[in-house]
Ligand binder design. Structure first.
Ligand code: DP6
Length: 369
């Protein structure tokens, strides 16, 4: 069994300490993140086949409000769940399965009546990973409720580590969202504390130029994708290039960490784009293969390459598992890049839709009673 899993199973609190009717309210605001080194492919127990690195966004967040009450009997969790004040059967089912799954680490859930409300700051259809911010926010709320119910305290490091561990079990990329700035998920021999079970913050090694980096999200196609990330991960299980991908991701992460620590925005851009194109290359070469890029995606990528060549500006793109382009660049050249986006890229976006975001400072507890 894995180390943290063992620790959290051993650390569980006793439900006989709970009083029926004990109730409260927690509220967490957690960001989505954009992966620079992509998590693509899983091992058992929701662990990644390769380490990944991302930064958390400032404006694209989920606020999760949880009202909880201890039931008289321990006869299973009752969940009421609303997304944007509306019932969402599919997501509610995913969350219920998740809560039942993590109840082995948080047995109090079996005596809970939870009313959960989830609101995103960004439109669902924008293609920003809402599962990362949602499961991040939910895991933080659960760790917070555990503390309030049992009067336990943990230092910030332990609190975030457990939240990241639990968030990962909901959605892998969510493990990175509980940290502000830059996070690494997956074991790397050179990074102390790094683990396949939980993400760690690496903001401490990051050069200031990257700490307020910009991410302009060019929405080429809104709406849901033909193939979900979960299906994409599954297709990596028998992918002919899986072994080579793991080696490449580990090399890329080493280069990225170097670029991040010395402030080399050009090297950063090189790895960033290699990862994005690799991710989509892996989709193309899956069996069955599939294409998530749209004609507008390709137009935008080509224009970014030309702009970089002509101006020498360190602008770079990355792509998630979708058609939308994330344009990453230093804050210092924001004015110039914004003009380029307006003049050249906006026309390829659906209804000219662009979301300007940047590196964020991480989750916040927004209200607690
Ligand atoms: C392409 O975290 O959404 O965005 O663990 O199945 O929920 P699940 O997958 P998910 O995959 C994210 C894939 C990615 C790359 C990344 O964020 O690292």
């Amino acid at each position: 069994m894995n180390t943290l899993q063992k620790k959290y199973l051993a650390d569980t609190r006793n439900n006989s300490d709970l009083k029926s009717g004990q109730s409260g309210h927690v509220e967490w605001n957690c960001p989505s993140n954009i992966a620079l080194i992509k998590y693509w492919g899983k091992k058992p127990f929701q662990q990644p086949i390769n380490p990944s690195v991302s930064f958390s966004l400032m404006h694209s967040t989920t606020v999760m409000t949880v009202d909880y009450e201890v039931k008289e009997k321990e006869d299973g969790l009752v969940l009421e769940f609303l997304v944007e004040d509306q019932p969402n059967v599919l997501f509610a089912e995913r969350v219920l399965n998740y809560l039942n799954h993590v109840s082995k680490y948080l047995p109090f859930l079996n005596r809970m009546h939870l009313k959960v409300k989830s609101v995103n700051s960004f439109p669902h259809s924008a293609g920003i990973a809402s599962s990362a911010s949602s499961f991040g926010a939910l895991a933080l709320a659960l760790c917070n409720i555990e503390q309030l119910l049992f009067g336990t305290t943990a230092d910030e490091h332990d609190f975030l580590r457990k939240s990241s561990f639990l968030a990962r079990l909901g959605s892998g990329s969510a493990s990175r969202s509980v940290y502000g700035g830059y996070a690494l998920w997956g074991h790397l021999a050179d990074v102390d504390g790094s683990s396949d079970e939980t993400a760690v913050s690496i903001s401490g090694i990051v050069h200031p130029v990257f700490l307020n980096y910009r991410d302009s999200i060019l929405v080429v196609k809104s709406g849901s994708k033909a193939i979900s990330s979960s299906d994409g991960h599954r297709l990596m299980e028998h992918h002919p290039f899986a072994g080579a991908r793991i080696i490449q991701a580990n090399k890329n992460i080493e280069i990225l960490l170097r670029a991040l620590s010395v402030g080399d925005t050009y090297l950063f851009t090189e790895v960033l784009e290699n990862e994005a194109l690799t991710l989509h290359g892996l989709m193309l070469s899956s069996n069955p293969g599939y294409i998530l890029m749209q004609p507008g995606t390709i137009e935008i990528l080509n224009k970014i390459l030309i702009f970089r060549k002509e101006t020498g500006n360190p602008v770079g793109f990355t792509l998630d598992a979708g058609a939308n382009v994330h344009l990453l660049y230093p804050a210092a050249i924001e004015t110039e890049v914004r003009i380029f986006i307006e003049n050249e890229l906006k026309k390829h976006c659906e209804n000219g839709w662009i979301i300007h975001d940047e590196v964020g400072s991480g989750p916040k507890e927004t209200k607690a009673q």
